[in-house]
Design a protein around this ligand. Structure first.
Ligand code: T3D
Length: 268
C-alpha cells in the first residue's frame, strides 16, 4: 500500500489496513487534498488482495469535523465560464468515497473517537461496521449551516436508526454520544476510550482472518436487498450462494468443522 500522503496516514499490519484522516489541528476536517488521498487509499485497499479488512479513523481527538469551512464561505465562481460552481459537483467526490467503501468486497470499519460531524459522520455511516469510543459525538451538523445531510446520509441514517430518530438528528443537529449511539443502533459497539484501540484491533483482526469472499458476498446481498422485493432478494441470494459455495474458504470451513479444528481462511 502507498504511504506517502500529506493528510492521511496509511498503515498495513498483516491483513488489516488502517487509514487515518490526519488534519488534527482542524479536527480532521476535509480539504480537497485529504478527500483525494482518502479516495486513492480506498481504491488501493479495495483492489489489494493482501488487504482483508479496512479501518477508517481520525488522528488526535476527533474522527472528523466535516467539510473544512474555511474556504466554504460563499459560492465560488468557476474559472472557465464564471458560473457559480455547484456543490453537487464537489459532492460527487464524496459519493465516490462512500460507494468505494460499500462496494469493496471486504469489511470496512469506522473507528470513531471524539467528534464525527457533517460529512465525516456520514462517511462513518457508509462503513459496514461502526465502533465508537465512549467520548464519541455524532453530529448531523448540516442544518447548523443551512445545508442538508449529504454523502449518502439521507439514505443511510433512516435505514440505520429509523425515520423518526434520523429526522431528529438532522433537524435538531444535537450531538449523539457514543453510549447513546450504541443504544439506538447507530454504532455496533461503544467501548471506554482507554480500551478503544485494543477493541478496534481485535475486531479488525477477527474480520481480516475470516472468509473474505463470503463477507464480500454478504455485503452485496444485504446492501442490494435494501432496495429489492423479497422475491428479488431470494433470487439474488441463490446467485450469490452459488458463488460462495465455489470458494476455497467454504470448503475449509466445512472441513474444519468435520475435523473439529479452527478454520484457517485464506480469503479465497
Ligand atoms: O463540499 C461539499 O461537497 C459540501 C459538503 C459539506 C458537508 C459538511 O460536512 S457540512 C458540515 C461542516 N462541519 C461543521 O459544520 C462542523 C463545524 N465544527 C464544529 O461545529 C465544531 O468544531 C465541532 C462540534 C465539530 C467540535 O467542537 P469542539 O468545541 O470540540 O472543537 P472546536 O474548538 O470548535 O474546533 C477545534 C478547531 O478545529 C478549531 O480551530 P482553532 O480555533 O483551534 O484554530 C475549529 O475552528 C477547527 N474546526 C472544527 N471544525 C472545522 C474546523 N475548521 C474548519 N472546518 C471545520 N469543519
Amino acid at each position: 500500500m502507498r504511504t506517502d500522503f500529506h493528510h492521511i496516514l496509511v498503515q498495513q499490519e498483516e491483513r488489516v489496513v488502517t487509514i487515518t484522516m490526519n488534519r488534527p489541528e482542524v479536527l480532521n476536517a476535509f480539504n480537497d487534498l485529504m478527500l483525494e488521498e482518502l479516495t486513492l487509499a480506498l481504491e488501493e485497499a479495495a483492489r489489494e488482495e493482501s488487504v482483508r479488512c479496512v479501518v477508517v479513523t481520525g488522528a488526535g481527538r476527533a474522527f472528523g469535523a466535516g467539510q473544512d469551512l474555511t474556504n466554504f464561505v460563499a459560492p465560488q465562481k468557476t474559472a472557465d465560464d464564471g458560473e457559480t460552481a455547484k456543490i453537487s459537483v464537489h459532492l460527487e467526490k464524496y459519493h465516490r468515497v462512500v460507494q468505494l467503501m460499500r462496494n469493496m468486497p471486504k469489511p470496512v470499519i469506522a473507528a470513531v473517537r471524539g467528534v464525527a460531524a457533517g460529512i465525516s459522520c456520514n462517511i462513518a455511516l457508509a462503513c459496514d461496521i461502526r465502533i465508537a469510543a465512549d467520548n464519541a459525538r455524532f453530529i448531523e451538523a448540516f442544518a447548523r449551516i443551512g445545508l442538508i445531510p449529504d454523502g449518502g446520509g439521507g439514505y443511510l441514517l433512516p435505514r440505520l436508526i429509523g425515520l423518526g430518530r434520523a429526522l431528529d438528528m438532522s433537524l435538531l443537529t444535537d450531538e449523539v454520544s457514543g453510549p447513546e449511539a450504541e443504544r439506538i443502533g447507530l454504532v455496533t459497539k461503544c467501548v471506554p476510550v482507554a480500551e478503544f484501540e485494543g477493541a478496534v484491533a481485535a475486531l479488525a483482526k477477527r474480520l481480516a482472518d475470516g472468509p473474505t469472499r463470503s463477507y464480500g458476498l454478504i455485503k452485496e446481498l444485504l446492501y442490494k436487498s435494501m432496495d429489492l422485493s423479497f422475491q428479488e432478494s431470494l433470487a439474488l441470494e441463490g446467485q450469490l450462494q452459488d458463488s460462495a459455495r465455489a470458494t476455497a474458504d467454504h470448503k475449509e470451513g466445512v472441513n474444519a468443522f468435520l475435523q473439529k479444528r479452527p478454520a484457517r481462511y485464506t480469503g479465497k
